[in-house]
Ligand binder design. Structure first.
Ligand SMILES: Nc1ncnc2c1ncn2[C@@H]1O[C@H](COP(=O)(O)OP(=O)(O)OP(=O)(O)O)[C@@H](O)[C@H]1O
Ligand SMILES: [Mg+2]
Length: 235
């Protein structure tokens, strides 16, 4: 097991609000680590803190053994962390092709290969290559957003609720793709869809009220109905 990301006791304010009050978790290389928790628990803020969008005021964030807390977002992304935000963050007025071009930081053999790989994983993107991002379906937008984060030399992806608002059959498709990508990149997934989380997740961490309250292997959560009820509101 190689530790890829280690978040230790981060605290984050948004304006005067003390949103994260001690979030710790880690992600092992080649695994899918799932962050769970109710609405408003602090999952998105945790990802934004890692990316330096809401920089933590306390704690440390180590990526490949290097402390990245306090760096600018651009530099954090440059270290090899791709971010797929909750609202997908694609350009509606640009075509799929243009969205991909804008995402690629430096075109080389590797990005070419990665682009080919991701277009094979999401054939819809190939099919609608010239279509504007804003005219894609919800599922296709999600695929484009993941493709944009993957295409650079990123070996860690932070993906925020990819199943949100998608029909079950599309959720399944996105889920299969993420599972396939596991062999290529470490993934930290925020996901409230328990079927998705438990199917592709190796480990879980539960955030509640800005704090990490529980962690374990996914199998434990599948077997622990009490825990699911207590923190996730599902049985
Ligand atoms: N810009 C902001 N100003 C003030 N409070 C904020 C802001 N953004 C988030 N918060 C608060 O921070 C808390 C954590 O929000 P966050 O978006 O991280 O939750 P989440 O776990 O991702 O929830 P969800 O599952 O609904 O996406 C919430 O109580 C939210 O209201
Ligand atoms: Mg969120």
């Amino acid at each position: 097991m190689t530790l890829h990301l280690k978040v230790e006791g981060i605290e984050t304010f948004i304006d005067q609000f003390h949103i994260l009050q001690g979030v710790s978790f880690e992600a092992q290389k080649g695994e899918v680590t799932v962050l769970l928790g109710r609405n408003g628990a602090g999952k998105t803020t945790t990802l934004r803190s890692i990316m330096g969008l809401n920089p933590p005021t306390k704690g440390s964030i180590e990526f490949n053994g290097e402390n990245i807390a306090g760096l600018a977002t651009y530099d954090i992304a440059g270290k090899g962390i791709g971010y797929v935000p909750e609202d997908q963050g694609i350009f509606g007025e640009l075509t799929v092709e243009e969205n991909m071009k804008v995402a690629i930081k430096r075109e080389n053999e590797e990005t070419k290969e990665r682009l080919e790989y991701i277009l094979n994983l999401f054939p819809d993107l190939k099919q609608f290559w010239k279509r504007k991002g804003g005219n894609l379906s919800g599922g296709q937008k999600q695929m484009l957003s993941i493709a944009r984060a993957y295409v650079n030399n990123n070996d860690l992806l932070l993906i925020d609720e990819p199943s949100k608002g998608l029909a079950p059959i599309i959720v399944e498709k996105v889920m299969e793709s993420i599972q396939e990508m596991k062999s290529k990149t470490t993934i930290v997934l925020v996901e409230q869809n328990f079927i998705m989380a438990s199917t592709i997740g190796d480990r879980f961490f539960i955030i509640d009220d800005g704090r990490m309250v529980h962690r374990g292997e996914m199998q434990e959560l599948k077997e622990n109905e009490q825990l699911r009820k207590q923190y996730l509101g599902i049985a």
